[in-house]
Design a protein around this ligand. Structure first.
Ligand code: X8Z
Ligand code: ZN
Length: 669
């Protein structure tokens, strides 16, 4: 996992070291037997140096295999990715075994930390048995491929229509037709059914790998990557959730009311006050920003419609591309003009994001970034569109420059625009810690890696957005403030329980308290408990709804995003202070501030070379993750929501989703 370490992109299946962001990472190839002196011949410090050198040497080939399998999905690329991972994981197991010989041996503090971190370098601990190892990497590559290539077809004959995730998401984003949204939501979830058997086996195999490494199960292993005992870490996540839960419940209450106004009381909620999964504007109900038309507190005050501006920019780019081709252009030429405009706007959006980072004195992205990044969805093959950031060569060696990239299918809308800032956060982290030894090339913990770009998104205040021409003149009023806060809350507050529930489910699956015959039931119980969300139609065990969320087939741990959504407010507050801002937290931006940039970069440079608590303390003065900054930021909105909700019955009955289970209902909370 990633915690600190190297992870590779997400890509493929899971590989090893994961680190960062969305990625998974590979490991190195075994050196020829003769070249491996083995522990007896090496001191601990020499052993760590060799592991670092071999990691770095093997890394480019592994990331290339993964990049190919994520940007060109077919049987061959999956085979190569699986085989590469197989070698990487076997090598990692060998190192972990060899490291045992150094228990109690003299070594530097850095080597001790590096050896401890070896065991946590992958989120996919592999069994030693070579057959099982091969089986595991094949399953992982297959599941990721199924997700990336997932297609829902409806209708027959000439009316047959096939859609992938992007088009189905468009329906949830833009349509307000209850039935069309339901079909899009259900349609996407059909793609996960065939993953169920693979996932059951996957869990058995990674659990065996975890046990061989000395962990109780894979969830316990994931929880042990936080420089504190695993049990304490789990309790920390409960503590953080209890801090922010009241804010979420107010937002939930307000939203339910608005949905009832938009769709009617019957259709606007499910059962005891739960929000219908297909009406939330997002396939997983993790970001409610697309419901702006329904949830905007004061219509048109301080217009924050970034999507509309981006769409306009696309139309302009299209106009230019069409003019270039002249009036009587062929159908083919008009189509090419569209592609050219899509790519141009995607690059403009990325340049805009880069500009925020360079305003903090961070470097420009290397030329190779622009040459090798996947900006938009290719038309001639399946790809994993889920956004990710890649470090292909750990900073390069032998005169090579860093090879960093992102992989997205960018569309001109607000969500993708902020996701670009998120991804560049990963990329700048890579660039900042590239001088560290490979084992320390990771986030302070994985939540840090996820929080960098989002911290910048928090600094995109209405004033900043106006200054870059993305929104029009901003009114200074209480109503404008509430609108701006709501816009941010729909992304950040709505996310919190989602960030928690995914791994609550996986922790249960890994420790056996959730068995395969209850996978879907447990999933919806957790969705109900934490998010207050439910499906509008029964979702029995013939479905495998967890598989419709990328990080489950992609095996990316998810608690990192929950942590990130708390940490980013702490980072933001500290950088605002560094920039000398004294006004209310929500009003601050540190765009263009050199001191904020210096502090930020200093933090990034540490990578995972020291416990995250030390890194956090340097930046914020505290060693604790804490929800206080979230509450401070949203204080005006929370007050406003309380007034709006006064007299309403808030909360929900987290009873089982319809037909999903026969258990007695849990109480209202
Ligand atoms: O997966 C991501 C990033 C890549 S690390 C696009 N995120 C989570 C998600 O989409 O589920 C960012 C926010 C949460
Ligand atoms: Zn990320």
């Amino acid at each position: 996992m990633n915690h600190r370490h190297l992870l590779l992109p997400l890509a493929v299946a899971t590989v090893l070291l994961s680190l960062s962001a969305c990625r998974k990472e590979p490991t190195p190839e075994p050196a020829p037997a003769a070249a491996q002196p083995g522990p007896a011949a090496e001191t601990a410090d020499e052993f760590v140096a060799r592991v670092n050198a071999e990691l770095k040497a093997a890394y480019p080939e592994q990331t290339s295999a993964q990049w190919l399998s994520s940007t060109f999905i077919n049987d061959d690329s999956q085979r190569i990715a699986a085989k590469t991972n197989e070698r990487s994981l076997a090598q990692l197991n060998q190192w972990i075994e060899q490291a045992k010989a150094y228990d109690g041996a003299p070594m530097s503090a850095a080597s001790r930390r590096a050896l401890d971190m070896l065991k946590l370098m992958t989120a996919m601990p592999a069994p030693r048995d070579p057959k099982k190892l091969a089986e595991l990497t094949e399953i992982a590559a297959r599941m990721e491929g199924m997700y990336g290539a997932g297609t829902y077809c409806s209708g027959e004959g000439d009316a047959k229509k096939c859609r992938q995730l992007g088009e189905l998401e468009d329906v949830l984003r833009s349509s307000r037709d209850y039935d069309a949204q339901l079909e899009a939501w259900q349609g996407w979830h059909t793609i996960a059914k065939p993953m169920r058997q693979d996932y059951v086996r996957f869990v058995e195999l990674v659990n065996q790998g975890s046990r061989e490494m000395g962990f109780a199960d894979t969830g316990a292993m994931w929880r042990s990557g936080y420089d504190m005992p695993a049990d304490e870490f789990a309790a920390e996540t409960d503590r953080l959730w209890s801090q922010v839960q009241p804010l979420y419940e107010q937002l939930h209450c307000y939203t339910r009311d608005k949905l009832a106004q938009a769709y009617g009381v019957e259709r606007g909620q499910v059962g005891g006050g739960l929000l219908p999964a297909h009406l939330m504007g997002n396939m997983w109900q993790q970001d409610w920003g697309n419901l702006w038309d329904i949830l905007e507190p004061y219509k048109g005050v301080g217009s924050l419609d970034i999507t509309a501006t981006l769409e306009k920019q696309y139309q302009q780019a299209l106009g230019a591309a069409e003019r270039k081709r002249g009036p009587g252009a062929s159908v083919q030429a008009r189509f090419e003009a569209q592609r050219e405009a899509q790519l141009a706007v995607a690059k403009q959006m990325t340049e805009r994001a880069q500009d925020f980072y360079t305003s903090l004195n961070m470097p420009k992205l290397p030329d190779g970034y622009w040459a090798k990044t996947q900006f938009i969805k290719p038309l001639d093959r399946d790809v994993v569109c889920h956004a990710s950031a890649w470090d292909m060569n750990m900073g390069g060696a032998d005169g090579k420059s860093p090879d960093v990239r992102t992989k997205m299918c960018i569309k001109p809308n607000e969500e993708d625009f902020t996701t670009i800032y998120h991804e560049l956060g990963h990329v700048y982290y890579y660039l900042a810690y590239n001088h560290q030894p490979p084992i320390f090339q990771g986030g302070a913990n994985d939540g840090f890696h996820e929080a960098i770009g989002d911290t910048i998104v928090l600094a995109m205040t209405p004033k900043y957005l106006e200054s870059i021409g993305l929104v029009d003149g901003q009114a200074q009023s209480q109503q404008a403030l509430i609108n701006a806060q709501m816009r941010m809350a729909l992304a950040k507050v709505a996310f919190l329980p989602f960030g928690l529930m995914i791994d609550r489910w996986r922790w249960g699956v890994f420790d056996g308290s959730i068995t395969p015959d209850h996978y879907n039931q447990a999933w919806w119980e957790l969705k109900a408990k934490y998010q207050g969300v439910a499906p509008a139609t029964p979702r029995g065990e013939e479905f495998f709804d967890p598989g419709a969320k990328y990080h489950v087939p992609g095996n990316t741990p998810y608690t990192r995003y929950f942590l990130s959504h708390i940490l980013q407010f702490q980072f933001y507050k500290s950088l605002c202070e560094a920039a000398g801002q004294t006004g209310p937290l929500y009003d601050c931006t540190f765009y263009g501030d050199p001191e904020a940039g210096r502090k930020f970069w200093t933090m990034l440079q540490h990578g995972s070379s020291q416990p995250w608590q030390a890194t956090l303390k340097e930046l914020t003065g505290s060693e604790q993750i804490d929800g206080g900054a979230v509450l401070e930021y949203f204080a005006p909105l929370q007050e406003w929501l309380k007034q709006q909700n006064a007299g309403k019955q808030c909360g929900w009955d987290a009873a089982p989703a319809p037909a999903a289970t026969q258990q007695p209902p849990a109480g209202r909370h």
